[in-house]
Design a protein. Sequence first.
Length: 201
Amino acid sequence: MAEPRTAALTVAAAVVVALPLGLALTDRHLAGASAALVLSTTAGTLAASALALQPLLARRRRIGRHQMLGAAVLCLVLVHVGALFAESPGDAWFALSPDGPTRARMALIATIALLGVVALGALRARLPISPGTWRLLHAYLAVVVIALGIGHAVLTDGALDDVGTTVLLVLGAIGLLGVPAAHAARARRARSNAGRPRREP
């Protein structure tokens, strides 16, 4: 029973990654584009797909992989931004300024929240907060990252317009619905573990 389900989830994850990436790389916006713009688009698209997959890994107790994917998302975002600076430093700085477009401010806030999520994961055992508080804070920041990150991608004119917009909205819905599901699953496991009698040494 577990193997077919695992195989189905693997196929679904592959589609979540391959579909938006394929749409982005074959879009007319990238026809004749520079290597920096292609790299930025690729990194941003992969980051959006990973945001949809993250809650699934957390819900299925793949915590190690969940943390690794979170770090990978942060790296992809940094590559995405770095490539934009390589493409046009002036436009990139303007986008990050207070006068920049709303979609850029959304991306900036999402990136800051992503840093918070990764830091929470890395410092979980050292933080002076209860597990319940940690889970709530982690879930809240994850929602901010997904909502604003996907929102940024939807509002940005580029390789994921038209059909790509629908795909992005679906990815956002998967990620946002997955956060409370993962939070509830982890809370149930915590209560279950707390209720189990400890074995005597």
